[in-house]
Design a protein around this ligand. Structure first.
Ligand SMILES: [Ca+2]
Ligand SMILES: [Ca+2]
Ligand SMILES: [Ca+2]
Length: 269
């Protein structure tokens, strides 16, 4: 190969490396490039047996209780690093279930010097959407790593049927992008598990169900209704939307600050 051709190839390679390097620098501030292993996941354990603040037993996706019964479920995190704050909206069927109590002083309060405060809305909650969250206000900082229980919720059966307990990503403004969903922040106020730069959690989220005077094998929704509309709404509505939204991805990112910034962002639009 003539030297002039070699020089052109070398020059081309140098430009490509420079472009890649610049792109990496630009995107580094938007979201971390390195994949963290093992992956952080969150979910709901319908039976708290064997769970403690920092250990998880078997993860159960459904339990059966009776109308009027109180029952505890755990919202858990696995393989998290330096967690300082989190929030999520819990979606459930209000004709079947209500939320009556919470305890956020578990995983995040498991180290000495923690000062964990709830950021959840008032209880009892009976409208099917429970905004929950907590942050550790400790000084010096008291981040937590590993796996454990973010919040232990006490639910009560209010009527027969099967209620989902989910933490979906939801597009409230109908612009094809989620603006509400699980959000975890680390000690540097960076979003944990956010791949597309919108601050919301993109990792695995395990849902659960509570069957009230019903079987876990029954369809989602209040008993006595066909269940088709309800389950279509839950599976097709939120599920398909979430997939579309995740596939579509995000060009921009919402500024840091959790729910407050999301609300400000939405008002501006
Ligand atoms: Ca369990
Ligand atoms: Ca802590
Ligand atoms: Ca995200």
């Amino acid at each position: 190969m003539p030297p002039i051709a070699l020089r052109r190839i070398a020059a081309g390679l140098a430009v490509a490396v420079l472009v890649a390097f610049a792109a990496a620098l630009i995107s580094r501030d938007a979201h971390p490039l390195q994949a963290q292993a093992p992956e952080t996941s969150i979910g709901i354990d319908a039976d708290t047996t064997g769970n403690s603040a920092t250990t998880l037993g078997a993860i159960d996706d459904c339990v059966q209780i009776g109308t009027g019964d109180k029952h505890t479920v755990d919202v858990y995190v696995q393989n998290v690093t330096d967690l300082m704050a989190w929030e999520a909206v819990l979606v459930y069927e209000p004709k079947v279930l209500e939320i009556v109590d919470e305890d956020v002083k578990l995983f995040m309060a498991s180290d000495q010097g923690s000062n964990v405060q709830s950021a959840s809305t008032d209880l009892p909650d009976d409208d099917g959407h429970y905004q929950m969250g907590a942050f550790d206000a400790a000084d010096p900082l008291s981040p937590n790593s590993g796996s454990g229980v973010l919040v232990r919720l006490t639910v009560r059966g209010v009527g027969p049927g099967v209620s989902p307990i989910q933490m979906p990503l939801t597009d409230l403004s109908n612009d094809g992008k989620p603006d509400q969903g699980p959000l975890l922040r680390d000690k540097d106020v960076k979003s944990i598990g956010d791949v597309n730069g919108d601050t919301l959690f993109d990792g695995p989220i395990a849902d659960a169900r509570i069957a009230v005077d019903a079987s876990c094998a029954d369809e989602l929704g209040p008993a006595g209704q066909s269940g088709d509309e309800q389950s279509n709404e839950d599976d097709g509505g939120v599920g398909a939307l979430t997939i579309i939204v995740v596939v579509a991805g995000f060009a921009g990112s919402i500024a840091a600050g959790g729910l407050a910034s999301v609300l400000v962002w939405r008002r501006r639009r």
